[in-house]
Write a protein that binds this ligand. Structure first.
Ligand code: NAP
Ligand code: HSE
Length: 428
């Protein structure tokens, strides 16, 4: 049995998971990869930091050059996060004929083409299964198993932290902050959880999925992004009354060569399979013109699920042959499809306002909606007649532009105290 030496950059949540799997499943990994994997070095910031796994002190290092200059290290596994120095470290590893495995969606979504071009030019492998949806094999699924299809739609819950928060708020009445704290303790959240709750993480993942699914370059700036911080327990309660559940959805569609790419909270029917994807679980729906509808479901975050994808990539590298390092031509050249402006997105909308409960208020608002081609499907007004009451609408399908024009006018009414929240309703 041959031995292969690898290096891991980072021993946080995911690095720890990878270390555990390499040790626990040593026998299976040897059998499947044909190699005994030796972790030669692990790069960390602080060698003295207490760790939840026992790692020999001499393999920890704070000097990347010890890894880069060691020709016996064949694979570099990047699990640090952030753009720099992760990107530079990966590029340097590629230039030194080392294969690269990474879980870093941030780098891949923003500099993926540069990294992949460098890897092709050098003839090394660059694998990134763990970058989207943790343990779910979605990257290999799209780039290998589904290549016979034209993919027309992807719809996913691809951030574990926000799904955990929304599940706890909805099922246990937990406060947002408490649920976020729990997600952080469980190792789901990014180092800066703003990336999760403001949906940057899901946006990066959609950029990667969109590019693979539609064969087009996707700039993260072209993706509409809205996080979950505006969602309150009141909205969750109303959603339930209307028969919906609120989820952070990543949506990608291709129609006649134009892409629709958006990440935002959405109300979805409570009986839809995605509505029952809870806690840190992720799920991705794919519509292919041959396979039809397909859903992949599993843990989207956490040390072992993510480690599972990382170690799977290490094994793939070993199986494909680590010594054949010759430049290869990239077969699947990406196009540059146009991304549709949000103005033309068509949805139903949930609109929650606080209004003065005076005669004519509802009529005035309804008239503005009508003038802007927004047709109402349901209205709920609660509370005793008094100064201020909540007024909640669900519209029929209309464009984003019609809704924003109508809302601008509604806000000007003297009887409208505040437009509290607007949530898209996806009829999936
Ligand atoms: P983490 O817990 O914050 O761990 C980061 C590790 O990298 C730490 O060990 C840290 O060293 C080390 N590190 C960071 N910057 C470094 C630098 N400049 N030089 C040397 N070492 C450095 O992060 P994580 O949750 O494991 O995430 C790692 C990557 O996986 C990220 O790209 C993340 O987006 C991705 N990912 C995470 C999950 C998840 O569930 N957490 C799931 C999928 C993908 P110290 O320990 O010494 O501070
Ligand atoms: N912070 C990410 C999440 C980790 O919560 O989904 C997995 O990519």
């Amino acid at each position: 049995m041959e031995k292969v030496r690898i290096a891991i950059l980072g021993l946080g949540n995911v690095g720890t998971g990878v270390w555990k799997i390499l040790n626990t499943n040593k026998k299976e990994i040897k059998k499947r990869s044909g190699y005994h994997i030796e972790v030669a070095k692990i790069l960390v910031r602080d060698k003295k930091k207490p760790r939840s796994v026992e790692v020999p002190e001499d393999i920890l290092t704070t000097d990347y050059n010890e890894i880069l200059m060691d020709d016996s290290i064949k694979i570099v596994v990047e699990l640090m996060g952030g753009v720099e120095p992760a990107k530079e470290y990966m590029l340097n590893a590629i230039r030194h004929n080392k294969h690269v495995v990474t879980a870093n969606k941030f780098v891949l979504a923003t500099h993926g083409n540069e990294l992949l071009d460098a890897a092709y030019a050098q003839g090394v492998m660059l694998y990134y299964e763990a970058s989207v949806a943790g343990g779910i094999p979605i990257i290999h699924g799209i780039s290998e198993s589904l290549t016979a299809n034209k993919i027309v739609e992807i719809l996913g819950i691809i951030n574990g932290t926000t799904n955990y928060i929304l599940t706890k708020m909805s099922q246990e009445g937990m406060e947002f902050k408490e649920a976020l704290k729990e997600a952080q303790e469980k190792g789901y959240a990014e180092a800066d959880p703003t990336a999760d709750i403001e949906a940057y993480d899901a946006m990066y993942k959609l950029a990667i999925l969109g590019s693979l699914s539609f064969g087009s370059r996707v700039h993260v700036d072209s993706i509409y992004r809205e996080g979950i911080t505006s969602i309150s327990s009141v909205d969750i309660q109303y959603a339930r009354e209307f028969g919906y559940v609120i989820k952070l959805l990543a949506i990608g569609k291709e129609r006649n060569g134009v892409l629709e790419l958006r990440v935002h909270p959405a109300m979805i029917p409570a009986n839809h399979p995605l509505a029952n994807v809870n806690d840190s679980f992720n799920a991705i729906f794919i519509k292919g013109n041959a396979v039809g509808d397909l859903m992949l479901y599993g843990r989207g975050a956490g040390d072992l699920p993510t480690g599972s994808a990382v170690v799977g990539d290490i094994i793939s590298v070993l199986r494909n042959g680590i010594d054949d390092i010759v430049p290869v031509e990239q077969k699947d050249k990406l196009s540059n499809l146009r991304v549709q402006s949000m103005d033309y997105t068509v949805c139903e909308y949930y609109i929650r306002c606080t209004v003065l409960d005076t005669p004519g208020t509802l009529g005035d608002i309804a008239a503005i909606f009508g003038k802007n081609n927004v047709s109402l499907a349901s209205v709920i007004q609660k509370g005793k007649t008094g100064e201020q009451v909540p007024l909640v609408f669900i519209t029929h399908q209309t464009t984003e532009k019609n809704i924003s024009d109508a809302i601008e006018e509604v806000k000007k009414l003297s009887t409208v105290v505040k437009v509290e929240n607007i949530v898209r309703v996806e009829k999936i």
